[in-house]
Design a protein around this ligand. Sequence first.
Ligand SMILES: NC(=O)c1ccc[n+]([C@@H]2O[C@H](COP(=O)([O-])OP(=O)(O)OC[C@H]3O[C@@H](n4cnc5c(N)ncnc54)[C@H](O)[C@@H]3O)[C@@H](O)[C@H]2O)c1
Length: 358
Amino acid sequence: MKQQKYRVLVVGMGKRGMHHAATFQANPRFEVVGICDIDSARLETAKAKLGNPQTGADAAALAAAVHPDVFCFCTLPHLRVPMIEVAVNSGAKLVAFEKPVALTSNEAFKMKALLDSASVKAVVSHQHRYGAHYRKVKEIAASGALGRIHTVYGTSTGWMTHMLSHLIDYARWYAGEPEAQWVMAQAAGRAKLADNHPSPDYLAGVVQFAGGIRGWFEAGAGAPDQPEVAKWWGKNCVGAQGTEGFAEVLTNGGWRAVSRRDGYQSGEGTMSYDADMPPYIQDMADWLDGKATHPCCFASAYKGFEIMAALQRSAAQGGQVALPLATGADEQALLKAALSDRTVLVSDPVNKKEYGMA
Ligand SMILES: NC(=O)c1ccc[n+]([C@@H]2O[C@H](COP(=O)([O-])OP(=O)(O)OC[C@H]3O[C@@H](n4cnc5c(N)ncnc54)[C@H](O)[C@@H]3O)[C@@H](O)[C@H]2O)c1
């Protein structure tokens, strides 16, 4: 029996938009019927590579013309609520978009309300989950080899709005996706507030998860170097510790584990868009077909987003922040008002260049 081909519109033909569009087009369950960007040169280059879909600079107008089943947008983090509005109004069955979920909880609350009211499926691109080394750590954590998992953690030398969303998503996964109850955090450094992924230069915080599981997260200049990893953006470590061992993944440096049951183990692995995108996209077809819910579904990403927003509120306002969040806020404004002018202190000279100190 011939299976339905889902019609896809991709908005934002930059790095990630091209990854998404090319992977949709390569999957027999999807057809890219429209691509959108405000940069016409970018759009023309992309069109030739994607089988000449319809093009346009206005996402709403193009969506009205092509009636997508999947509305995918890969714009920078400042553009989220208007795209969710266009997606929902287009009648699409599934919205796929990039991390972070949003810059502020004010925005995320609106996005959640729009998606819930329209019963539209949504997926957020935390596609590292598909890496063989990330999955190996999940396999070990879920096998019981670590005993009772009491701690999960994630660190990245890259700054918050780029990386923290990834760290929280994978650490929650390793912990078995427990509910977060409260967080407390500190932040330092204003240089990256002006970045297109606006962030404090360094944020560190703790999360109390249900079941007594502690989460530790650090993103930015003060986060530890991972000297085993050469690529600076790959110096991320996410792991789980239990009563009988630990297991952790390095984004561009494989995985390692020590447990009472299995002793020392390690393996290769490096984050690869070419390897991670095809199964991430295939799982969207399966979800649309009514099979399993996508592992990167909005409901799960939203839980991680709440933690990320709460860490920022705590860093800006002090004290513990209870979860789930009861009201929205503008965490970006809170950080801008609260962060001191003191220059961030790095954990290692390897971080100086990216923070403008080299
Ligand atoms: N999941 C991952 O591993 C990963 C990796 C890198 C980036 N990202 C995320 O992907 C998102 C996009 O990042 P990128 O590096 O592809 O950015 P990019 O700057 O390369 O691409 C963004 C594109 O959006 C276009 N655009 C802007 N406004 C638009 C509008 N109103 N309508 C249509 N197009 C518009 C721009 O012209 C540009 O071509 C960000 O949220 C980023 O955090 C995720």
